[in-house]
Design a protein around this ligand. Structure first.
Ligand SMILES: C[C@H](O)[C@H](O)[C@H]1CNC2=NC(N)=NC(=O)C2=N1
Length: 118
């Protein structure tokens, strides 16, 4: 049985949507409440993007994760910045079309975390 919070379940059940250029970003309280259920994600640059570093045992595990994230990005048509080395992967999410954060970033963060659940 899942123990995820209702807010997290809601994010996992949604799909990223087309966001028109010039749309407004989500507001700070919405970002904060979503981040409170997104384990490990933070917003180091004042709500410009969200970020998380993932650690792995070796290059095989790291690359398998990167491949899964790129597959998810293609499926959702929402594309994170990914930077990785032997045993870590940094992911940064923002919505280019608004120059800030939208629910697409929160949905992707939830789905990326879920890739690593048992
Ligand atoms: C047309 C296409 O859906 C858009 O350009 C999408 C593609 N992927 C995207 N990815 C991200 N991170 N931000 C966007 O605004 C974005 N826009």
């Amino acid at each position: 049985m899942s123990t995820a919070s209702p807010m997290l379940e809601e994010l996992l059940s949604q799909k990223c949507e087309d966001i028109a250029k010039g749309s407004k970003p989500i507001i700070i309280p919405t970002i904060e409440s979503n981040l409170s259920v997104l384990s490990g994600w933070d917003t180091p640059l004042n709500y410009a993007h969200i970020h998380k570093t993932f650690q792995f045992k070796n290059y095989h595990q790291t690359v398998a994760f990167v491949n899964a994230v790129t597959w998810l990005a293609h499926k959702e048509d929402h594309h994170p910045k990914i930077c990785f080395d032997y045993n870590s992967c940094e992911i940064s999410l923002s919505t280019h079309n608004v120059g800030g954060l939208t629910m697409n970033d929160m949905i992707m963060a939830a789905k990326i975390n879920a890739l690593l659940e048992d």
